[in-house]
Write a protein that binds this ligand. Structure first.
Ligand SMILES: O=C(O)COP(=O)(O)O
Ligand SMILES: [Mg+2]
Length: 230
């Protein structure tokens, strides 16, 4: 119910590994990319190490995994190769996690504002969200290149809150990786870690305010409780 809140709270979602299971496509495009230089394909087990800091970091980490040097010129070429492949196959096998849409509708119905704060580049995040029918649920979507900094820098979250017309004292971050939880801590806001994403350690070890195993658990009452505690 809208009157549950005096000011409009803002719930900020991460994208990859939180709203959308993008790993199969990220891995397909990454393997297509690194095959150009003969690097051995990565596997699904590597996802938690590779994903979280955007495309450039993902490519450089694949080279680290294979103990191979990556020079700047090759990195630039491989970045273009990744972008072309990922864009061409979008939305591919990526799916919205179960219970997500119902959760977004439940929160919005209670007068909660919704935003996305992803390290994915805008030119990938925006069309992917469009194609999965997610865009209209959010007031604001910011990507890894929307500001001069990105998660885990507080500036990414604070910039998202500002664009949404929200207040840090009434904002909550929900994500799957250390970058999300650290960014929330750096911004001084509570956080929820989802246990089903691409974290390299169990969600509880990220030390969020709370861990959830499904969006079915995320209710307006829970959001209100977290603000009351913080
Ligand atoms: O694309 C990435 O590496 C991370 O994206 P995310 O911030 O939405 O998890
Ligand atoms: Mg993520």
């Amino acid at each position: 119910m809208t009157e549950a809140f005096l000011t409009n709270p803002l719930v900020i979602f991460d994208l990859d590994g939180t709203l959308v299971d993008t790993a199969p496509d990220l891995m397909d495009s990454l393997n297509h990319t690194i095959s150009a230089v003969g690097l051995e394909p990565v596997t699904f087990d590597d996802v938690t190490y590779l994903v979280g800091q955007g495309v450039k970091v993902m490519i450089s980490r694949a080279f680290e995994l294979r103990k191979t040097h990556l020079d700047d010129e090759t990195a630039a070429k491989l970045f273009d190769r990744f972008m072309e492949h990922y864009r061409a196959h979008m939305p591919g096998k990526s799916t919205v996690y179960p219970g997500t849409i119902a959760c977004l509708e439940r929160l919005a119905g209670a007068g909660i504002q919704l935003a996305v704060c992803t390290n994915k580049l805008e030119e990938l995040a925006f069309p992917l969200m469009d194609q999965l029918g997610l865009t209209s649920h959010f007031q604001v979507i910011t990507g890894g290149d929307s500001f001069a900094v990105r998660k885990p820098d507080a500036g990414h979250i604070l910039g998202t809150i500002e664009r949404a017309g929200g207040e840090a004292s009434k904002a909550l971050m929900i994500g799957d990786s250390i970058n999300d939880i650290l960014a929330a801590k750096n911004a001084g806001i509570p956080s929820i870690a989802v246990s089903f994403g691409y974290s390299h350690v169990p969600a509880a070890e990220l030390e969020p305010t709370l861990v959830i195993d499904s969006f079915d658990e995320l209710t307006p009452a829970l959001v209100e409780k977290l603000f009351a505690q913080s």
